[in-house]
Design a protein around this ligand. Structure first.
Ligand code: FEO
Ligand code: CA
Ligand code: CA
Length: 695
């Protein structure tokens, strides 16, 4: 579909990707503007980049090694042109008549439209938007008369992860579970009503109610897509909702507060980013940039406590949102352990609106992007997780017990309990270059199809710690510091890490890391092969013998993102003149054919963010095609791809311009202020029969 670019995104000087200053402040507490809080002294082996490059022919070594910030400046600020081979029908690179199952659509060109732009032949509709009623008695949304009581019964702000759980074999009725990652107050409150230095208590309470999660029932809409219907499942989880801390660190002294002397009950969840639907029908969600909500970390004088705060990016002084003025638990000077009660994977059972959600301490505490589960051949539960920070790590958890099949209440309870007892590992990626061996344990042979091998290094199992100087509970509560001791690989912001049910391989989106190779920072290595990495990359690995409980694996680069015309990009070996430009991969999903779908956050090529498909097998492996773009200033999140339906979360449309003169009026149009929303996309005229990615 051709669109008239509304305007090009401004490239804001202090930001290293294409995202606004307000997004950076409210979403992650300006993480990119601060030094990465990883100060362990692992070695880097920048010279090994040449090895992976020459072995795979993946990248041109000279280009990679010279990929500096200056080099990227030339790419920034202009919308990348649609590749000629994609401008016509399909991009089948000289194989007329060939169709890639599930990806046969006309790709959308990069653009800066204030719209959700979908391919020719597809339709779309908003499913639910910020402020829409969720619970009985919720008032209609009124941008100019917001209250905390209304928001607590309405759809929250800044939708991120989307989980779709069918309630019947045809998917007529479904549970829709959505995270509300964060609030951006200068955009969500009417112009002139919000003073960043003096928010009112009611505004702070609105923000508490706008965080968390929403559960609703969504039915197939005869007009196409999904519609939300009232049901007994409707639920809002906010900063007031009690959560049970479970697993080996529950009840730890590190988790006790004056309000909860037992260290087992926490009110609320915040900064919930990505997540995953479990095989037993619950939802896992990652508490990500929790650090930014806690004030006065600088008052802590005990060196060990100060180091722990610092490693999680917690700084001194007031917070942006000033929550600490209205509840002392956000003030580290008054309530030093509340901060340890965030940064977990939480589990919600949407089937039971009265269930108490859980924070799983066995899965470790860090800036959790999300969590995705694979049941191993022997029935044990394996959870893959990323810690979204520059130079942080990829983790997995392997349960001790075995899963029950199905989604019954019994299976849900049994399987959730499996996440309380198991082994937590962190990943070390080793390149095939001998120089990339870190600890002398010997690089494992890879079979030539891969770029290298890796090991899962155990951190703790139940109440046993494998890290010198750390008790098991310290491993779980201060996971980053424990992991630093065992030399894992520092990655370029690990986001979604997700197994592909079709081939058993695991895919990790590494969003970007503009600090890679900067003075005093880690240089490129084989698994993070590009200095000044503004566009991110995607890794693929296979656990040893396909066993997800294995402690070794083989890995390779699938995508090195960016402008296909640039020498330092790689698309799985697919001809680069026949792919869509992609930048900053964040969330991933798989369709029924095993194709990888990737949503992006912070496109550094001048286009709006979007959703892309990529075959991972066969001759079209690596053929990136853009399925949609999201409106001005928005991030594409939470993709769900079924046979005949795509769902995408449009997060923070228009963010950064302020409420007086917003950059975006999506989705309500006219002069309306923008509203984060979930969108459904389907094939035109063939709802229920037209399959996604087929012509
Ligand atoms: Fe909330 Fe890692 O993105
Ligand atoms: Ca994300
Ligand atoms: Ca995902």
């Amino acid at each position: 579909m051709s669109v008239e670019p509304r305007r090009l995104l401004p490239l804001l000087g202090s930001h290293r990707t294409g995202r606004s200053a307000v997004t950076c402040e409210y979403r992650c507490g300006n993480a990119c503007a601060h030094p990465a809080p990883n100060r362990s002294e692992n070695e880097y082996f920048g010279d090994v980049v040449k090895n992976v490059v020459s072995r795979r022919g993946a990248l041109r070594a000279g280009a990679v090694l010279s990929a500096t910030a200056a080099g990227f400046a030339a790419l920034s600020g202009t919308a990348a042109a649609v590749p000629p081979a994609l401008a016509g029908r399909g991009g089948h690179h000289g194989r007329p008549g060939r169709r890639v199952p599930g990806t046969d659509f006309e790709p959308v060109a990069p653009n800066t439209a204030d719209a959700v732009v979908v391919p020719e032949g597809y339709e779309q509709r908003v499913v639910i938007r910020w402020g829409d009623p969720v619970l009985p008695g919720a008032p209609a949304f009124d941008f100019f008369n917001q209250t905390a009581a209304a928001q607590a019964r309405q759809f929250g702000y800044n939708n991120d992860f989307v989980g779709l759980i069918p309630q019947d074999p045809q998917g007529w009725r479904n549970l829709l579970v959505v995270n509300h990652e964060y609030t951006s107050e200068t955009d969500m409150f009417p112009a002139g009503t919000y003073d960043e230095n003096n928010p009112t208590e009611e505004q702070v309470r609105i923000a508490w109610a706008a965080h968390g999660l929403t559960v609703v029932q969504a039915q197939r809409d005869p007009r196409g897509g999904l519609k939300v219907v009232p049901s007994r499942y409707s639920r809002r989880i906010t900063m007031d909702t009690p959560f049970e801390l479970r697993g080996p660190a529950a009840g730890s002294d590190y988790l006790k507060t004056s309000a909860d002397p037992g260290g087992r009950t926490v009110l609320g969840t915040q900064n919930n980013c990505a997540g995953g639907v479990t095989p037993w029908g619950t939802v896992l969600s990652g508490e990500e940039n929790f650090n930014q909500y806690f004030a006065n970390g600088g008052t802590v004088t005990d060196p060990a406590a100060a180091e722990r705060l610092s490693r999680y990016g917690i700084r001194g002084g007031a917070t942006s949102r000033k929550w600490e003025r209205f509840d002392k638990r956000w003030d580290i000077a008054q309530e030093p352990n509340e901060v340890n009660r965030f940064g977990w994977i939480v589990e919600i059972d949407p089937n039971d609106p009265h269930s108490t959600p859980v924070k799983h301490t066995a899965l470790g505490r860090f800036k959790h992007e999300g969590a995705n589960i694979q049941i191993a051949r022997d029935g044990r539960v394996v959870v893959y997780m990323g810690d979204d920070e520059r130079f942080d790590y990829i983790y997995k958890f392997v349960s001790k017990g075995k899963a029950k099949r199905g989604t019954s209440a019994y299976a849900r309870r049994h399987n959730s309990r499996l996440l309380d007892d198991g082994t937590l590992y962190v990943a070390r990626f080793t390149g095939d270059s001998p120089a990339s061996e870190i600890d002398g344990s010997g690089a494992l042979p890879s079979d030539g199809e891969f770029d290298g091998t890796g090991r899962w290094i155990p951190l703790a199992s139940g109440d046993k710690s494998f890290v010198d100087g750390f008790t098991a509970e310290e491993v779980y509560v201060f996971t980053r510091l424990a992991a630093d001791k065992v030399s894992p690989t520092k990655m370029d912001r690990p986001e979604d890490v997700e197994p592909n049910p079709h081939n058993g391989r695991v895919y990790a989106a590494l969003t970007n890391n503009s600090d890679r190779g900067a003075a005093g920072k880690g240089a490129a290595d084989e698994a993070n092969p590009r200095n000044g990495n503004r566009n991110g990359h995607v890794l693929e690995w296979e656990e040893h013998r396909g066993d997800h409980t294995a402690t070794t694996f083989s890995w390779r680069l699938l995508l090195v993102c960016g402008d296909p015309a640039a020498a330092d990009t790689y698309f799985g070996g697919f001809p680069k003149d026949q792919v869509s430009p992609i930048s900053c991969p964040d969330n991933v999903a798989f369709d029924g054919h095993g194709n990888l779908w990737i949503s992006t956050d912070g496109n550094a090529l001048g286009s709006n963010d979007g959703l892309f498909s990529v075959p991972v097998a066969g001759p079209d492996r690596g053929q990136v095609k853009q399925f949609l773009t999201v409106p001005v200033g928005a991030e594409a999140c939470g993709p769900v791809v079924t046979d005949d339906l795509v769902l995408v979360a449009v997060q923070h449309p228009g963010e950064g311009a302020g409420a007086a003169d917003p950059d975006s009026h999506w989705p309500d149009g006219g002069t309306a202020n923008p509203r984060p929303s979930i969108v459904s996309v389907w094939k035109k005229g063939r709802w229920g029969a037209g399959r996604i990615g087929y012509r």
